[in-house]
Design a protein around this ligand. Sequence first.
Ligand code: C5P
Length: 241
Amino acid sequence: MSVNDTSTTSPLAQNKHLATHIPVLAIDGPGGAGKGTISRLAASRLGWHYLDSGALYRILAYAGSLQGVDLQDENALSQLAGKLDIRFGIGSDEGVWLDGEEISDQIRTEQAGAAASRVAALPLVREALLQQQKAFRRSPGLVADGRDMGTVVFPDATVKVFLTASVEERAQRRYNQLIAKGIDGKLCDLLADIQARDERDSNRSVAPLRPAADAVLIDTSQMGINEVLITVLNLINLQTP
Ligand code: C5P
């Protein structure tokens, strides 16, 4: 896979030894806890790079479906992961491109999320995507959003945060997002989807969803975006000069 960020040259060209000195803010947690929003805002405030690791699993599942690959076929999917041409745009160019085609909306559906969660349970797929994720660690720093950022991909992250919220609150937030986009959805269906995804992500054999031992847990159920952002930025500011 070639993963391109429009802001700099290829991340794969980075010196691995230098990379370990670059600060990482790892933000993990279940879907709908606010990781994406908080991670993007934190990256923007800090002037750091941003890794949306969930998007990689979503893109792979989407590409697999397009090509008629069985989403249980671990070998085929891990090979496909090495061939995808992905570009993440940032700032005014924000979005996701696959083989030159913008697929930002296609990978954000509930079905795409459920398919991503299936392919993400396959060990060879996770292995195939590991180095690409590590390559996002570039100066001056990285905000990494996912399920296993603090446990597997960046175990030496400078600060590890685990964002949670009750399943009801997460379903309600997702419902509000859909309504705001003019998309119809049933709250009870969203609740069931989120519960099924939590179950699969938490009980898989590789990199299950769980907080790192040294993660700071933040329950965002009763918190506004700004409050969460300030809490997270305070944690990183305490650790970086
Ligand atoms: O975060 P997002 O909802 O985009 O992630 C989609 C799916 O990808 C998750 O449900 C999870 O199964 C998988 N994922 C993962 N590890 C990550 C990020 C996402 O397994 N680091």
